[in-house]
Unconditional design. Structure first.
Length: 218
């Protein structure tokens, strides 16, 4: 196998972005911060520390970061046993694997959260590896998660395609030098994804699977 299909997970393969919005909003509320949900939504896809910094600013009390992240993890963890994969997400990964692509996940999730996401996708037989938050020093939009996924796949950037749902995904992919495919399933607009670097945009995994023959993953 000498080509790689790299995938973000939240909002791309599993329908979790709005769960993250609500649980981050509640974590901020419990700590006395009023953060609009639309602002949280546009920050989903960043790692916890970067998300908090993006929403509260660099002049925040950084000693509170771990408490906020822990509150979000506890709230979000209540959904681990029922995270919903998007229709055909697992079939898409298996189809690509069968077509000769090395499938690698590139996600800011880790630990039990990553395990819950993989159970929801239910396609471990097609997944060659996972570049998680534990593997890099800087998360998206830095290129490190995608670069690490390339290392796991053993292919150069020119032989890979990265699929994601946020502007952070597209920027990370572009900085890593890979072709980027966007999906609308995370709630970010087509125009925003294209402006951030998406070569093409599909509605969701099912739409991408149905359109594979004419896609960058052909």
């Amino acid at each position: 196998m000498d080509r790689a299909a790299l995938f973000d997970v939240d909002g791309t393969l599993v329908d979790t972005n709005h769960l993250h919005v609500v649980t981050w909003w509640e974590a901020f509320r419990q700590a006395g911060h009023r953060v609009p949900m639309h602002a949280v939504h546009r920050s989903v896809g960043l790692g916890s520390t970067d998300l908090i910094a993006h929403l509260l600013g660099d002049d925040r009390d950084k000693d509170e970061d771990d408490t906020l992240a822990a509150a979000h993890s506890a709230l979000y963890g209540q959904y681990f046993d029922r995270l919903p994969a998007f229709a055909d997400a697992g079939r898409l990964l298996r189809r690509l694997h069968g077509d000769g692509w090395t499938v690698v996940l590139a996600t800011s999730a880790s630990g039990p959260e990553l395990g819950a996401l993989r159970r929801a996708i239910d396609a471990d037989d097609a997944i060659a590896g996972t570049a998680s938050a534990d593997d890099v020093s800087a998360g998206k939009p830095a290129p490190e998660p995608v670069e690490h996924a390339l290392e796991l796949a053993g292919v150069p950037a020119g032989r890979a395609v990265f699929v994601g749902d946020t502007v952070w995904d597209m920027r990370a992919g572009r900085r890593a030098g890979v072709r980027c495919v966007g999906v609308l399933s995370g709630g970010i607009s087509r125009a925003d994804l294209q402006e951030a670097g998406a070569d093409t945009v599909y509605d969701d995994p099912a739409h991408l699977l149905a359109s594979l023959a004419d896609s960058p993953l052909a």
